[in-house]
Design a binder for this molecule. Structure first.
Ligand SMILES: [Zn+2]
Ligand SMILES: [Zn+2]
Length: 755
């Protein structure tokens, strides 16, 4: 396209092009040519070339006036040779640009060699030119176009500097080169040069666009915005480019502002599929459900047919899934009538993972016709979420069989290490780690985390100490590992060794958590104050302090910090609600049940008003037949619900006999208090345990019971899990919750009650 632009402006200067046009008018046309004729013709052209008559070859070609798709690769190679021999660079170049955009020929290696030859000859001929002042400016433009097309932008810059009086087209080409190089410094130098020329940028729409593109690709947001503002009638392409810039720079709020501006424009400019793709990307990043629904409405009322745009489908399903609307995501998926791409399946799987429904994600995985690396990656994440070792091993076997190149994909290897770590199989995690040839820091982080999760802080430290260049994530992971293994002194030493510039919010948050776990409350508060000297307040740090004071039953501090949370983060209903529940639980611990009830009701009402739905507790457990069963709190969906609740009663009786008194302090909502059963009794992890014990009445097993919970295990369930392994001799329960693993055995837990 660019070439035609050049040609339109300069053809009067170029006698070669004029000659071409003339010869075309004079020639006889013959468009009907069959395969056999082409072969014979190709042969005769080659003969002509062989006998030193390239002009005749070109003449014959022009007389035919054939469209691109009619000719064979052989003929094009002959033509390029003829152009080279006749030094007819510009026409050769014209044909070259046409072929580049033609799918049939684009990837043909013979043609690539032939076209490269003409370009290099062209370049050589110009660099040999005696006096650059006398070079036809068109030649410079063609040359720069050639370099840009051949991804050699640095040479475009060299040529540009040889042009004495660059015109608008030369600037356009050189800005394109700067875009390719992402070289803002050079770009700015040339903008200064442009300002001193007599070219009026405001009148040069294409030049403005090239400059705007350059700022965008170089990530200079403010200059890109300035140019955007000066463009008199920006097109949808300009809007889309700016949206891409904002997304690249993670400035999603700005993207929304621009989208609103676009919707309010007076020029009847409509968002196209690229606009929707970009803005859905921003929506997914920000997880704004209301935005997502608004965009979906806009999309539905536009003329765009989703079926024709697989990339848009992926972005839409991905955004809906991330914003928590998996039902609509599934609906969109079901409505797709043409063949679904793997990317679309992957987006839906991811949605189910966000929705904490890894079992459905895995069932989609089984239906994907053509699995790609991303599909495997998401399936590994799903298995890591369920953390059932048998299922994880089945997936690993499948990868070994059907995706043998997995070892070369570092993302897959890291995800596998993470998965086995979460399934408490650190041996396999270590084995996978050892098999990685070029270990990336992410692999180290995954392995350190695996040991940390399994309560082996010493081994985590050993790997950490062997690292020469830990990154910010390593610091947060090792601090967390130390914290969960009660290695607080080691954590403090590591924290002090972290360079100031690396100490991000997560590192501070993890260190505060480590100090809180060790009941070093003064140090924790001091560290919080230190962090806030130079940073904004971060709500989850306050929740960490509050949780620790609640555990220490320091009611005054709990009240103080809950009030601070309400004062500092008045719009964050989620944290205020969590804080209120923690305060209610502390009151309950101290026997003040009336106040506890009042606060729980208050939290529930506030949640209702703000539309927050509490994330339900979900537990998964795998039975001897390889089936994975899912339970939510107070669940009655299972086919053996009656038997399960009967078993729960049986367990309760045994626990009562053992002296256990249900710990009402762990009740987080009064919603289920009216029921005859104890609400703690039907927590998801306990339902999963009851189902496993029920099965063992008929089929005995020595294997440990595995249970995974998406949230933190509650204190009362933790207590009864311990007691049960004492009552049922030889029983081992492996429970993984959001933060760590617990191995219950002989009435004790591997976490030493610190979770
Ligand atoms: Zn519980
Ligand atoms: Zn434990």
């Amino acid at each position: 396209m660019l070439y035609f632009y050049i040609k339109r402006n300069f053809c009067q200067l170029n006698h070669i092009i004029n000659y071409t046009l003339l010869s075309r008018y004079l020639s006889s046309t013959n468009n009907l040519i069959n395969h056999n004729e082409i072969r014979i013709w190709s042969h005769s052209l080659r003969e002509l070339l062989y006998h030193g008559k390239p002009e005749e070859v070109l003449k014959q070609y022009h007389n035919r006036q054939l469209s691109l798709c009619h000719l064979s690769v052989q003929i094009y190679c002959i033509l390029f040779k003829a152009y080279t021999l006749t030094k007819n660079w510009s026409e050769g170049h014209q044909l070259y640009t046409q072929i580049r955009t033609n799918k049939k020929f684009f990837n043909d290696q013979r043609l690539q060699i032939a076209t490269e030859k003409i370009l290099s000859d062209l370049i050589a001929s110009l660099s040999l030119s005696i006096n650059p002042h006398h070079i036809d400016p068109t030649a410079f433009s063609i040359l720069m176009t050639g370099y840009n097309l051949h991804h050699q932008p640095e040479k475009t810059l060299i040529i540009f500097d040889r042009v004495q009086y660059p015109d608008a087209i030369s600037y356009l080409l050189v800005f394109q080169a700067c875009s390719q190089l992402k070289d803002l410094q050079q770009g700015k130098r040339l903008v200064n040069k442009l300002a001193q020329s007599n070219i009026d940028l405001r009148k040069q729409f294409k030049l403005q666009t090239a400059l705007f593109d350059m700022y965008g690709k170089c990530g200079d947001v403010s200059n890109a915005e300035n140019i955007f503002e000066t463009i008199e009638n920006p097109t949808i392409v300009h809007y889309n480019s700016l949206l891409k810039v904002y997304n690249n720079k993670k400035m999603y709020e700005k993207a929304f502002q621009l989208y609103d501006k676009l919707k309010q424009n007076q020029k009847n400019l409509k968002p196209d599929q690229i606009t929707f793709t970009c803005i859905l990307y921003s929506t997914a990043k920000m997880m704004y459900l209301d935005r997502c629904q608004e965009i979906l409405n806009d999309l539905n009322s536009s003329t765009i047919h989703l079926n024709n745009h697989p990339i848009l489908q992926i972005n839409l399903i991905n955004a809906l899934g991330k914003c928590g609307d998996i039902i609509t995501a599934q609906k969109i998926f079901d409505q797709i009538t043409q063949e679904r791409t793997t990317g679309i399946y992957n987006a839906l799987m991811k949605g189910y993972i966000y929705a904490q429904k890894p079992l459905i994600a895995l069932s989609i995985f089984d239906k994907i016709p053509k699995l790609d690396a991303i599909s495997y990656l998401i399936a590994i994440n799903a298995c890591a979420q369920i953390a059932m070792l048998r299922r994880a091993r089945i997936l690993y076997e499948q990868i070994l069989c059907h995706f043998p190149s997995y070892k070369e994909d570092i993302r897959i290897m890291n995800a596998l290490i993470d998965m086995f770590g979460k399934c408490a199989d650190v041996t396999t995690a270590q084995h996978l780690f050892d098999s990685i040839e070029n270990k990336h820091i992410i692999s180290y982080n995954a392995l350190i985390n695996a040991y940390g999760l399994n309560g082996n802080g010493v081994k985590a430290l050993e790997i950490y100490n062997s690292l020469l260049t830990p990154d910010e994530q390593t610091y947060a992971i090792i601090l967390n590992a130390c914290s969960h293994s009660l290695l607080v002194n080691e954590a403090e030493q590591i924290f002090d060794s972290i360079p100031m510039k690396c100490r991000n919010v997560f590192i501070y948050a993890t260190m505060i958590d480590a100090l809180c776990r060790a009941s070093k409350m003064n140090q924790a508060q001091n560290l919080l104050a230190e962090y806030e000297q130079t940073n904004n307040k971060y709500p989850s740090m306050y929740i960490t302090l509050l949780t620790a004071y609640a555990r220490l039953q320091n009611i005054n501090k709990v009240i103080e910090i809950r009030n601070l949370i309400e004062q500092y983060f008045p719009d964050n209903f989620h944290y205020i609600s969590s804080a209120t529940i923690l305060l209610a639980n502390t009151h309950a611990f101290l026997g003040n049940m009336t106040e506890a009830r009042r606060l729980r009701t208050l939290a529930a009402e506030k949640n209702k008003l703000s539309g927050i739905s509490k994330l339900p507790g979900i537990s998964w457990t795998e039975t001897y037949d390889g089936q994975i069963h899912e339970f939510i709190a107070h669940d009655k969906r299972h086919e053996r619900t009656e038997d399960i609740y009967e078993e729960l009663k049986h367990i309760s009786d045994k626990l009562n006999k053992d002296g256990h008194i249900s710990d009402q302090r762990w009740i987080t909502s009064d919603h289920y208090l009216n029921e005859s059963n104890d609400p703690l009794n039907s927590h998801s992890e306990r339902l999963a345990l009851a189902y496993q014990l029920l099965l063992r009445r008929t089929i005995s097993s020595n294997e440990p019971i595995q249970i995974t919970k998406n949230l933190r295990i509650c204190g009362d369930c933790h207590e009864i899990f311990k007691r049960i392994t004492h009552i049922y001799q030889g029983l081992i329960i492996l429970a993984r919750d959001r933060t760590r693993h617990h191995k219950f055995q002989q009435g004790k837990c591997s976490c030493n009650d610190y979770f």
